[in-house]
Design a protein around this ligand. Structure first.
Ligand code: GLP
Length: 241
C-alpha cells in the first residue's frame, strides 16, 4: 500500500489528479469507478481544468434508491455535473444504477454483470465514510458481498443530510452499492481521505484489525492501493507509522 500525504484538501485534489491522470495516460479507455462526497471535489476540479480527451468509461459506485433518475440528488447527476459532462463522457460510456428501479436486487445484479462484461474495474477511486464504509458498504458488510440493495446506517444518513439541505428526513433509507467482492477485484484502488474527523477511522482502516465491522479494512489485503490523505486525516496514521 502506498500512502501519499497532501498538505490540505486542495493539495489532495492535485495529487489525486496526478495519480489518476497518470493511470489514464497509461490506459485511456480504463473502466473507472468514481465516488460522490465532498472529499473528491478538489480532484474533479483539477481534472476539469487539466484533463483533455477523456475516453474512460465511468462505473457507478453507488446510488440512492427511491428517486427519479432526473432528481439532482442522484449520484449519477452529481457526478455528471462535477466531472462527466465537463469531460464530455458520452452516455454509452456511463454505467449507471437506476435509482427508480422497482426490483432493486435485479438492478444490482444487472449493474454488476454489465461491469464484468465490460472487463471489470480498472481503477476504483473511493472515499471513506466515518464508520469505515466504502461506497455504501456499511459496517458488517461481508468482504465477499455482491453488488446489492443496502439499508443506510443512521450515521451515514446524518452525514448525507448535508447534501439534502441539512434535512435528514429527506435522505433516502436505502441504496444500491457495488459490493466489496467486485471492489476487491479492481486492478488499482485509490482511496481519498481528508479532514480531522476522518483521522480515527483512517487509522483503524489501514492499521487496525482486518474485520467486516470496518469495511475499509479489506484494503489491507489488496495490492495496488494508493491512499491519498491530507495531513489532518493522516494525523493519527503518521503517529503509528
Ligand atoms: C457517501 C458515499 C461514499 C463517500 C462518503 C464520504 O456516503 N456513498 O461513497 O465516500 O459519502 O463522503 P465525504 O467525502 O463527503 O465525507
Amino acid at each position: 500500500m502506498h500512502i501519499i500525504i497532501a498538505k490540505d484538501k486542495q493539495d489532495l485534489g492535485k495529487k489525486a489528479a496526478e495519480t489518476v491522470g497518470m493511470l489514464l495516460k497509461k490506459s485511456p479507455k480504463a473502466n473507472i469507478c468514481l465516488p460522490t462526497g465532498n472529499t473528491p471535489l478538489p480532484l474533479y476540479k483539477e481534472l476539469r481544468n487539466t484533463f483533455t480527451n477523456a475516453e474512460f468509461t465511468y462505473i457507478a459506485l453507488d446510488e440512492y434508491l427511491g428517486l427519479d433518475k432526473h432528481d439532482p440528488h442522484c449520484f449519477s447527476n452529481w457526478l455528471a455535473r462535477e466531472i462527466l459532462d465537463p469531460l464530455d463522457i458520452p452516455a454509452k460510456k456511463r454505467l449507471l444504477i437506476d435509482p427508480s428501479a422497482a426490483e432493486a436486487d435485479s438492478e444490482a445484479k444487472r449493474h454488476e454483470k454489465k461491469i464484468t462484461e465490460q472487463g471489470g474495474i480498472d481503477i476504483a477511486v473511493l472515499g471513506l465514510g466515518h464508520n469505515g464504509h466504502i461506497g455504501f458498504n456499511e459496517p458488517g458488510s461481508a468482504f465477499k458481498s455482491p453488488t446489492r440493495k443496502v439499508k443506510l446506517a443512521d450515521r451515514t444518513r446524518k452525514a448525507n443530510a448535508a447534501y439534502w439541505g441539512g434535512d435528514i428526513n429527506k435522505v433516502p433509507h436505502s441504496a444500491i452499492t457495488l459490493g466489496l467482492d467486485i471492489l476487491s477485484s479492481a486492478r488499482q484502488t485509490i482511496l481519498l481521505v481528508s479532514g480531522k474527523d476522518k483521522a480515527d477511522i483512517l487509522q483503524k482502516s489501514l492499521a487496525g484489525p482486518v474485520a467486516e465491522d470496518i469495511p475499509a479494512t479489506y484494503l489491507q489485503n489488496m495490492e495496488n492501493v494508493v491512499v491519498i490523505a491530507d495531513e489532518d486525516a493522516a494525523s493519527k496514521l503518521t503517529q503509528s507509522r
